[in-house]
Design a protein. Structure first.
Length: 171
């Protein structure tokens, strides 16, 4: 059975398979955590907090995708893949994709229209990604099976045993 991420990978598709790199992963986690911390500082302007939280969310979402052995063709797809990389629902990835659109309008059209509510929602969604990533990767690091499918927690594989998602699959 092909996983949703495998289905999105290949020529002309938004993802490509690429081996996991521990150094890159550690750098993305560090970058995301530092930016998330700074995004919560009221000493920073609203626009700076938005920018920091947006970049933190991207770094952490990219780390989740890279952990599963994939690299995106564009920034946007890392948020759309969260349901497949960390098992997060629309309440998280929809906020992140909306904020990505706002970020792009600000970057490319000079129209950065943010308010306190949007920054709060973005920061909350980013914390959710950070927590899910920390829980997932710490649990999976103890696993002896290091294949791409077992790395990615939201991938439900067709096996005769209980998989990473703790879902019993038919053989």
């Amino acid at each position: 059975m092909i996983s949703p991420l495998e289905n999105l990978a290949g020529p002309g598709k938004p993802l490509r398979q690429e081996p996991f790199d521990e150094e890159e992963y550690a750098g993305l986690i560090h970058s995301g955590q530092v930016r998330l911390t700074d995004a919560q500082s009221p000493a920073n302007s609203l626009e700076s907090r938005f920018d920091l939280a947006s970049n933190a969310a991207h770094a952490l979402s990219l780390a989740a995708l890279r952990y599963c052995g994939y690299r995106p063709a564009n920034r946007y797809v890392v948020f759309q893949a969260l349901q497949h990389t960390l098992g997060l629902g629309p309440s998280v990835w929809r906020v992140l994709t909306k904020c990505h659109d706002v970020r792009n309008r600000g970057e490319y059209e000079g129209d950065l229209d943010v308010d306190e509510r949007l920054v709060t929602d973005l920061t909350t969604a980013c914390k959710t990604v950070a927590n899910a990533l920390a829980q997932t990767t710490s649990a999976l690091r103890t696993s002896t099976d290091a294949s791409r499918e077992s790395r990615c927690p939201a991938v439900v594989r067709r096996t005769a045993r209980i998989d990473v998602c703790n879902v019993r699959c038919a053989p």
